[in-house]
Design a protein around this ligand. Structure first.
Ligand SMILES: NC(=O)c1ccc[n+]([C@@H]2O[C@H](COP(=O)([O-])OP(=O)(O)OC[C@H]3O[C@@H](n4cnc5c(N)ncnc54)[C@H](O)[C@@H]3O)[C@@H](O)[C@H]2O)c1
Length: 342
């Protein structure tokens, strides 16, 4: 198989690329390196079946060039992270809506199959015990930038479904819940690398709000094989599948666990959301996945426990690749022009 991974220089994408190469695929990555990095691809960049194209999904010609060389596409490129979405709302909306439509359009022209990475964010403020794929979406005002990500990903799903309905484009959708692991960057607002970095540096762990909000974290190690299996199931075309963690944990309990697992002497500081993201910021009290559909389709069971995930993030933050994030630079590079670099 020849696979294209858009966003393959990012956190989840780079793990997916390693998995696909290990299973015999040839892989092209299309990434503008806005939040991803070449360092994330350090383990594969000299692989004979791997090629990186630095370019944007907003350029239809680049997308066509990459997709036309492949049998299947894993579309992960997106503006991700609350901080990035709030600070750069327009760039984020454009990448997440227009970029995705480019990918869908080109796949329908070339006949490549498509796997679209969506998100649990589309459920918004729905705090029910177990969110199934049919659950209602409860979103805040579109004038609050925070909801722009959920709105855009919802449009992406609607576009994908429309391409399936009207043109029979073989496209399936995964809704990822909070996925964590090595190479995830904290600088765009991701909670686990941020808290682990603070613990390792001996700084106070900054927990937003009351800290009683809960999430179900899953390991990238469990998620990546499920993404590939769903992409390979013809029964998944036109449908969406939740992929989330099994154990619900409050952010306060998570911070305490991180302190224990890293042996840190740090304390925990509660910080109002407004200090981080400005007035009017909204968050959801809990978000719990129902993984039944993915379990039935591909036997998905998230096995990695949260303490093991925290240990692997801590270990990665002290290696060369992730060290920049541990040191916590705030800046990130601007998108670069479209060129093939290997
Ligand atoms: N990490 C999570 O918990 C999570 C949860 C839900 C959904 N997702 C989805 O999974 C996918 C991957 O997320 P991630 O966590 O690996 O984030 P990431 O930021 O590490 O990866 C996104 C990648 O897309 C690239 N990119 C951004 N805009 C681009 C553009 N216009 N053209 C080409 N490349 C572009 C970035 O450089 C980066 O490498 C995204 O679609 C995201 O919405 C992630």
């Amino acid at each position: 198989m020849k696979s294209l991974v858009t966003g393959g220089a990012g956190f989840i994408g780079s793990h997916l690329v390693e998995y696909l190469l290990a299973h015999g695929d040839s892989v092209i990555v299309l990434d503008d390196l806005s939040t991803g990095s070449i360092a994330n691809l350090g383990a594969v960049r000299d692989h004979p079946r791997f090629r990186l194209v630095v370019g944007t999904i907003l350029d239809p010609a680049v997308v066509l060039d990459c997709v036309s060389q492949c049998d299947r596409v894993f579309h992960l490129a997106a503006a991700v992270g609350v901080k990035l979405i709030v600070e750069e709302p327009l760039t984020s909306l454009r990448a997440n809506i227009h970029g995705t439509e480019n990918v869908l359009m080109v796949c329908s022209e070339t006949g490549a199959t498509l796997l679209l990475a969506s998100t649990s964010e589309i459920y918004g403020k729905n705090e029910s015990d177990s969110l199934s794929e049919e659950s209602d979406r409860i979103l805040g005002s579109p004038l609050k930038s925070r909801w722009g990500y959920a709105a855009a990903k919802g449009i992406d799903e609607a576009f994908a479904h429309a391409y399936w309905t009207q043109f029979r484009l073989p496209v399936s959708i995964v809704r990822l819940f909070n996925t964590i692991g090595p190479r995830q960057k904290g600088r765009y607002g991701m909670v686990v690398p941020n808290l682990v970095g603070q613990a390792l540096r001996g700084e106070p762990l900054t927990v937003f709000g009351t800290g009683r909000q809960t999430r179900c974290f899953s390991s990238v190690v469990d998620i990546v094989p499920a993404i590939v299996q769903i992409a390979e199931s013809t029964r998944a075309y036109g449908k969406a599948y939740n992929l989330g963690g099994a154990d619900e944990i409050s952010i306060l309990d998570l911070a305490e666990l991180i302190i224990r697992e890293t042996g840190s002497t740090s304390e925990i500081t509660l910080v109002p959301y407004a200090n981080a993201y400005g007035d009017g910021y909204e968050d959801m009290r809990r978000r719990v996945p129902d993984n039944a559909l993915a379990r039935e389709l591909v036997g998905f069971i998230p096995r990695t426990r949260i303490d093991a995930m925290v240990r692997s993030v801590a270990q990665s933050l002290t290696t060369t690749v992730d060290r920049d994030d541990w040191i916590m630079t705030q800046a990130h590079p601007a998108p670069v022009a479209s060129v093939a670099v290997s």
